[in-house]
Design a protein around this ligand. Sequence first.
Ligand SMILES: O=C(NCCCCc1cc2cnccc2s1)c1cc(-c2ccc(F)cc2)cc(O)c1O
Ligand SMILES: [Mg+2]
Length: 214
Amino acid sequence: TGSSRPQRILKAVQKNATKGDPQSVISAIDYYCRHKEWAMNVGDDKGLILDSVLTEVNPSMALELGTYCGYSSVRIARLLSPNSKLITVEFNPAFAAIARQIIAYAGLQDKVTIVEGASGDLIPKMKERFGLKSFDFVFLDHWKDRYVPDTKLLEDCGLLRKGTVLLADNVICPGAPEYLKYVRNNPRYESRYYPSVLEYTKAEDGLEKSVFLG
Ligand SMILES: O=C(NCCCCc1cc2cnccc2s1)c1cc(-c2ccc(F)cc2)cc(O)c1O
Ligand SMILES: [Mg+2]
C-alpha cells in the first residue's frame, strides 16, 4: 500500500513550505496540485475570492464544512483577527489527520479546531460543545447534496444571525443546483454569484455568497 494523495500533499508542504508561514503552505499546495496531481482544494483562483469575502466579514467565529487537507482552513485562519476561531468539520478521519498536520505546520493550530464526523450529526451539538451563540461566517465545501439540509439545520439550531455570511464552493462544478435555488429564491437570504474556475483547471466554477437576513 502506497501513500495517499493527502499524504503526498503533506510531504510537499514539509518539503517546500516554511514552518509557521501560512502563505508558503498555501503556495506549496497550489504548486503541487497544479503541476503534480490535482486535488479538491478550493485553490488559488477561488481562494482569492474567499480571501476578499473573509477580509470583508472579519468573522470572530467561522465554520467550515469539509476540511480535506486543510488548505482552505489555512486560507481562512491566516486572515482571522486575534482571538477569532475557525471550527472545521471533516467526515474522513484520514483526511482530518493530514489536515491537522498541515494546519500545525502553518502555525495556525491555536485558531483552528478540527471536528470529525458527519455535519448532520455535529451541527445540532455545536452550541453546547463550543459554547458559541452563532457563526459569523460559514464556508460550505462538503457533500454538495448536504448544502441545503445543513443550511436549514444551521437556521433551525439558531447558529445563524442577522448578517451571517455563507460562502459555498462548487456551485457549478460538481454543482449544487438545489442550493442555488434555495438561497436565490429565499427572502431570508441576499445572494451573489462570484464566477471563477474549478481549482487548477479552466473549467467553469464559482462561489455563491449568501447573507442571512434573520
Ligand atoms: O466533493 C467535493 N468535496 C466534498 C468532499 C468531502 C466529503 C465530506 C462530507 C462531509 C460530511 N460531513 C462533514 C464533513 C464532510 S467532508 C469536491 C469535489 C470536486 C470535484 C471532484 C471531481 C471533479 F471532476 C470536479 C470537481 C471539487 C471540489 O472543490 C470539491 O469540494
Ligand atoms: Mg470544493
